[in-house]
Design a protein around this ligand. Structure first.
Ligand code: ACO
Length: 286
C-alpha cells in the first residue's frame, strides 16, 4: 500500500505496492495496482486492502472511499495463478488464512464499512471483482467497461460469496443468465440491470465519481453509517424484527449523533424556516 497524500494513519512509509491510496479533498482514491495483470487479486492485494481499509477507517482526512483499478482494468478477478494454483499447492492453513482475509475486505469489511464506499469501474471487471463491486455501497462504470461472471467458462462456479451477492443485487433472470452463460456485457447494460448506479463516458468517469463522493460528504456521517448498517441488516430480517432494529437504531442515532442532526433539521424547518428537507441538507454547522 502506498499513500501519496493523506493522514499518517493511512500507513505512510509502507513498502508495499499492490494497492495505492491517495487522499484528496476528503476522498480516498484506492487503486488496485497490478495493471500488467489487469489487477488480478493476488495475496498482495488481499492483505494490502485489509490494511488500507483499516487505516482509512481511522484517518479523519478520508470521508469517502473510492475503489478503482490502474490501467485499463477495474480487476480481472481472483488471480488464477497466485490466488488459486500457488496457494492450493501450499499449506492448507495459509489457504484458510488467505480466504478469510479475502472475505474480510471484499465482503464483511466493505459491507459494514463505516464510511461511504464507491466502486469506480474503469474497465475489465470479472469473477471475484464482482464482489468488490457489490461490496461497495454505490458504483459508477465507464460505458465501455466489460463485465463478466466468467467462471462457468473455465469450469468453476462464482464462489467466494459472489453468487450470493449477485442474487441479492440482480433480478433472478439476469443473475441466472450471466451466471449460466458467462456472457460479457458492457457498462450500459450493467446500469440497465442495476449492477451499477450509472454508466458514463469514460472521459467523465472520475469527475462524476468525485461529484457523487462530494454529495455523500455533505451528509451527516454518523447518520450515514447508521443508515447503511440498518439497510444491510433488515434485508435478512423479518418485518417485526426489522421494525425493532430500525427503531432502536433510530433512537441510538438521535442519542449518539455528535451533530444532533435531527434537532437542527427540525428547528431549521419548523422554527427558522430556513430550509426544506425534501430539497437539500440542513445546515450542519447551524
Ligand atoms: N489471473 C491471473 N492472471 C491474469 C488474470 C487473472 N484473473 N487476468 C489477466 N491475467 C494476466 C494474464 O495472464 C497476462 O499475464 P502475462 O502478461 O504474464 O501473460 C496479463 O494478465 C494480461 O492479460 P491478457 O489476457 O494478455 O490481457 P487482455 O487485455 O488481452 O485481456 C482480460 C484482458 C479479458 C481481462 C483477460 O486477461 C482475461 O480474460 N482474464 C481472466 C478474466 C477472468 O475470467 N477472471 C475470473 C477469474 S476467476 C475468479 O475471479 C473467481
Amino acid at each position: 500500500m502506498t499513500v501519496t497524500t493523506g493522514g499518517a494513519a493511512a500507513g505512510v512509509g509502507s513498502a508495499h505496492k499492490n494497492v495505492l491510496v491517495e487522499i484528496e479533498d476528503g476522498i480516498a482514491w484506492v487503486t488496485l495496482n497490478r495493471p500488467e495483470k489487469r489487477n488480478a487479486i493476488n495475496p498482495g492485494i488481499v492483505y494490502e486492502m485489509v490494511a488500507a481499509l483499516d487505516a482509512l477507517e481511522a484517518d479523519d482526512s478520508a470521508h469517502v472511499v473510492v475503489i478503482t483499478g490502474a490501467g485499463d482494468a477495474f480487476s480481472s478477478g481472483q488471480d488464477l495463478k497466485e490466488y488459486f494454483r500457488d496457494v492450493d499447492a501450499g499449506p492448507p492453513v495459509e489457504r484458510e488464512r488467505l480466504y478469510r482475509a479475502n472475505a474480510d475486505w471484499q465482503w464483511r469489511r466493505l459491507m459494514f464499512y463505516p464510511k461511504p464506499t464507491i466502486a469506480m469501474v474503469n474497465g475489465w471487471c470479472f469473477g471475484g471483482a464482482f464482489q468488490v463491486l457489490l461490496g461497495c455501497d454505490l458504483a459508477l462504470a465507464a460505458e465501455d467497461a466489460t463485465f463478466g461472471l466468467s467462471e462457468i467458462n473455465w469450469g468453476i462456479i462464482p464462489a467466494g460469496i459472489v453468487t450470493k451477492s449477485v442474487a441479492m443485487a440482480l433480478a433472478q433472470r439476469n443473475a441466472m443468465y450471466y451466471i449460466m452463460t458467462g456472457d460479457p456485457f458492457d457498462g450500459k447494460r450493467a446500469a440497465e440491470i442495476g449492477l451499477v448506479n450509472f454508466a458514463v463516458p469514460k472521459a467523465e468517469l472520475k469527475d462524476r465519481t468525485r461529484a457523487l463522493a462530494k454529495k455523500l460528504m455533505e451528509k451527516n456521517p454518523f447518520v450515514m453509517r447508521a443508515a447503511k448498517t440498518a439497510y444491510h441488516h433488515v434485508r435478512h430480517m423479518s418485518w417485526e424484527s426489522s421494525l425493532e432494529l430500525l427503531m432502536a437504531k433510530s433512537d441510538q442515532t438521535k442519542f449518539r449523533d455528535p451533530e444532533k442532526g435531527d434537532r437542527k433539521g427540525m428547528s431549521q424547518f419548523l422554527d427558522d424556516k430556513t430550509y426544506r428537507p425534501g430539497l437539500g441538507n440542513y445546515d450542519r454547522r447551524g
